[in-house]
Design a protein around this ligand. Structure first.
Ligand code: UFG
Length: 342
């Protein structure tokens, strides 16, 4: 168990529906909301989530949002919804775009209609840097063009358009949070997916002995060491932004905020930092570029700081990787990665 900050208690206790609350981001946000005294109901179909990640003091409803949203919201007197349930693998979205349009776009539309039908007007939506595509410059601000390069990013952007129109026409009060590269762990929850594609958990699986090496996808990018640069944000800082958004949503308004730490680290720098934190040599092999990877993604979170009052406190890569490593090492042979060949 990692140490947690002493949580502040919310001034107003809310009854909240958290979709996808068995996933990595959803379960940490649910944990943080529970710490503040909110009443949390989680809906998850466990297509990718972990039963172990569901906080013990949340109410759990197992099911697909498209099937259960109406019934759950009808009888619940909910004050708000935090919507995480989604497919989120860029590569998979290129091969099976239909999954992303159905599971992301159609599901969210069903949820928005259920919220409207039952008078729930407070929404926080889990969005992504992938809505911007390959940016002309960094740091990326919210007023820069959105040009997603894959169906995952396109489905999330389409949802933002839907949310804006529901806000204007039907009085929804919503915030979309566009995450950059989320990492780290909080409490007993961290990254432990059956199918892992993200850099930091993969590198830590090498340190744990569950993989032999890490492949670096391209070292010929126009960056300082040739590898891609990303902006890593600690999961707890990310969760805090959801709380602030829920507390300040206003009916009829849809706000969009980028969330990152504002610093860029190359793939090689991340691997070096993992070597330092874990004390493991972490063998690497150079590989071809991965299709669709932008060279540099760095967030400007100035708007979130100014308008939400967001104050990230775990922005250094050491803390992010140390927390991720404490979680991964504690899982050991209970990790999903232990059950696959390296
Ligand atoms: N990488 C490797 N080897 C690996 C895994 C990743 O070199 O085994 C590299 C990637 O090529 C990339 C960097 O590490 O340059 C980070 O990759 P991740 O897969 O961890 O994260 P992404 O930057 O691809 O993903 C993030 C968000 C997505 C979002 C995407 C937009 O997690 O939600 O940015 O490009 F869609």
């Amino acid at each position: 168990m990692l140490l947690t900050n002493h949580p502040r208690k919310a001034k107003t206790i809310m009854k909240l529906l958290v979709t996808g609350g068995a996933g990595y981001v959803g379960s940490v946000c649910a944990t943080v909301l529970l710490e503040q005294g909110h009443d949390i109901t989680i809906v998850d179909n466990f297509s990718t989530g972990n039963r172990d990640a569901v906080p013990a003091n949340a109410t759990l409803i197992e099911g697909d949002i498209r099937d259960v949203a109406g019934d759950v919201l009808a009888g619940g007197n909910f004050d708000g919804v935090v919507h995480f349930a989604a497919r989120s693998l860029v590569g998979e979205s290129m091969e099976r775009p239909e999954d992303y349009w159905h599971h992301n776009f159609v599901t969210t539309l069903t949820l928005l209609d259920a919220m409207r039908n039952h008078g729930v007007t407070n929404l926080v939506f889990s969005s992504t840097a992938a809505t911007y595509g390959e940016p002309d410059r960094v740091p990326i601000t919210e007023d820069m063009p959105t040009a997603p390069t894959n169906p995952y990013g396109a489905s999330k952007l389409a949802i933002d358009y839907a949310i804006t129109s529901y806000a204007h026409a039907h009085g929804l009060g919503a915030t979309s949070l566009r995450y950059f590269n989320v990492a780290g762990a909080y409490g007993s929850v961290g990254e432990n997916r059956e199918v892992e594609t993200h850099l930091i958990p993969l590198v830590l699986q090498v340190a744990l002995g569950h993989r032999d090496e890490i492949f670096i996808f391209g070292d010929d990018y126009p960056t300082k060491d040739g590898t891609c640069i990303r902006d890593y944000i600690h999961i707890k800082d990310l969760a805090d932004a959801h709380v602030l958004a829920l507390e300040s949503n206003t009916p009829g308004t849809h706000r969009i905020f980028n969330l990152g730490s504002g610093d860029g680290y190359s793939v090689k720098e991340v691997i070096d930092k993992c070597r330092e934190v874990t004390g493991h040599p972490i063998p690497v092999t150079m590989a071809d570029r991965r299709a669709g990877d932008p060279a540099v993604l760095i967030a400007s979170s100035a708007r979130a700081k100014a308008e939400l009052g967001w104050r990230p406190s775990r922005t250094d890569l050491d803390t992010i990787i140390a927390d991720a490593w404490a979680f991964t090492a504690a899982l050991g042979d209970h990790a999903h990665s232990a059950h696959r060949k390296p």
